[in-house]
Every structure is written in C-alpha cells, then in structure tokens.
Design a protein around this ligand. Structure first.
Ligand code: NAD
Length: 260
C-alpha cells in the first residue's frame, strides 16, 4: 500500500540535493511528481530515476521567482494530472556571500526573490487548486536566520530564510479554513551542492572564517552534516496524513547543530 497513491506533488528545486531526495521519497510513496527547477537537464535525470522504479514525473523548466513561468508550471501540472495535493517549496540559493558593507542591492534582491518571493508564489498559485480538497505545503527554510546567526556574510540568505518562516506561519493561519496545511522545515548543514561556488575570495570574510566546511563534531548527533534522504523522510511525514494535525509548525532537522 502506497500512502500517497493518486496524490500530485510539486517539488521546486527538485533536480538536486534535498529536493531530489524528497521527490524520490514522495514518488516511492505513490505521488506523481512535478520537478520544477532551473536546471532542466538535472531534473530530467531525476525524472528518469523516478521512472526507473515505476514512478511518474514531469519536468518544468522554471525560474521559481518568475510569476509567469511559475503559472505556466502549475498549469502544466493541472493539465497533466488534474489535481494538486502537495507543494514542496524548496528551491534556494546561498546567494552572494558578502559583508553588508559590500553587498550590492542587486545581489540582495537576487537572494530574496529566489528564496522568498518564490515561496510566496509557490503557495499563492497552489490555493485555487487545493482549496476544494485541502493539501500540504512544506517550505524549506534553514536554521540560519531562524535559530543561529553564525554565517557571517549571509545577511540576505538569513533574512530570506527568516521571511519564509513568517510567511509560512501566516499562510498556515489563512489557509486552515481550506484544510491546507503549511509547515516549515529548518535544516542544519546537509550534504548537497548548495555551498559550491558561492563563497567568494574575500579577504575580510576569510579573516572571520565562514563555516563553509562543517568540521567533525559540528552536529552533535552524528558528527557530520545530514543527508538529503534524512530531510526527505521529514518532508514525506509532513506531506502525508500522518501529520494531519500539524500546521504552522517550524521543525528543526539539524542533529542539534543549532543548539551548540
Ligand atoms: P542544491 O543546490 O543541491 O539544490 C537547490 C536546487 O534549487 C537546485 O536544483 C537549483 O537548480 C534549484 N534552484 C536554484 N535557484 C532556482 C530558481 N531560481 N528557480 C528554480 N530552481 C532553482 O541545494 P539544497 O541544499 O538541496 O537546497 C535546497 C533548500 O534547502 C534551499 O532552500 C536551501 O536554502 C535549504 N537549506 C540547505 C541546507 C544545506 O546545508 N544544504 C541547509 C539549510 C537549508
């Protein structure tokens, strides 16, 4: 028995890391998956992986911060499957890592629109399709900006992640009347590609030493960063009826990293 049989899920950032692992997990539990990502080629690989174990997936090549392309993606999903039950608003970037003094307004906007405006769009566009039958929305925030403030140079990132928590809670409140649940997950360090190429050669930052690498012992539970598959288990739980009374919650998944 597959608990998510006949359900349809949109996964943004589904071609890599946490999104990929979650798309696979939701698919194994029976959901049909729309992989919404900028990196179409990688998304196609995930689609093939899903199909290799008998799952169903489509790819929409989309910038999650672009309202027209997001509308197109949602339309594609509805045209294909006629319903929407789960939205995992997860695509994100670290953005430019710079001290505030040097951070440009354009770089600030880039991070805020990619991480935060995208979440607003992911939720807003789901409402017309979910208001009849309810649904579950999961938003990937972070411990950064919501419980810890240790990543020097990531003011825009931390602000976007804090904004996702506030937005997710407001959405949970507003959408409860439609039985649309909205929960926010806050991972600590997870082994993905997100940190690659984002940390610049900045002397000022080097002096302060951003914790780019997560040293031995940085997560008390396992002494290393978490795995995307561990986050995917939480995403599946929040997507499924096993969490039917949970909404507006912010759940940390960090092996106690943020308590250090
Ligand atoms: P990742 O880089 O492996 O995956 C992110 C995905 O988002 C990529 O497939 C990328 O192509 C996609 N993406 C980026 N910008 C996009 C855009 N404008 N439109 C569409 N797709 C876009 O990284 P990840 O670690 O799996 O990140 C997923 C989420 O987890 C992010 O929101 C991130 O902030 C959050 N997070 C990650 C960690 C960590 O340590 N990895 C910790 C806390 C929170």
């Amino acid at each position: 028995h597959k608990p998510l049989k006949d359900k349809v899920a949109i996964v943004t950032g589904g071609s890599s890391g946490i999104g990929r692992a979650s798309a696979i997990q939701l698919s194994k539990m029976g959901a049909k998956i729309a992989l919404v990502d900028l990196k179409e080629r990688n998304a196609r690989k995930v689609k093939e992986e899903i199909e290799s174990f008998g799952g169903e997936a489509i790819v929409t090549d989309t910038d999650v911060s672009d309202v027209l392309r997001m509308e197109e993606s949602y339309n594609q999903v509805l045209k294909k499957w006629g319903r929407l039950d789960i939205v995992f608003s997860n695509a994100g970037i670290n953005g430019k890592v710079e001290p505030i003094e040097d951070l440009s307004a354009e770089d600030w906007d880039q991070t805020l629109t990619t991480n935060l405006k995208s979440t607003f769009l992911s939720v807003k566009l789901a409402i017309p399709y979910m208001k009849e039958n309810g649904g579950s929305v999961i938003i990937t925030s972070s411990i950064n900006g919501t419980r810890t403030f240790k990543n020097f140079g990531m003011s825009a990132y931390s602000t976007s992640k804090a904004g996702q928590v506030a937005f997710g809670k407001m959405a949970a409140l507003e959408l409860a009347k439609y039985r649309i649940r909205v929960n926010i997950i806050c991972p600590g360090a997870i082994e993905t590609n997100i940190g690659k190429n984002t940390f610049p050669d900045n002397e000022e930052l080097k002096k302060i030493k951003i914790p780019i690498e997560y040293p031995e012992g940085s997560q008390p539970l396992e002494h290393h960063a978490g795995k995307p598959e561990q986050v995917a288990d939480l995403v599946y739980f929040l997507a499924s009826d096993a969490s039917s009374h949970i909404t507006g919650s912010q759940i940390f998944i960090d092996g106690a990293e943020s308590l250090l």
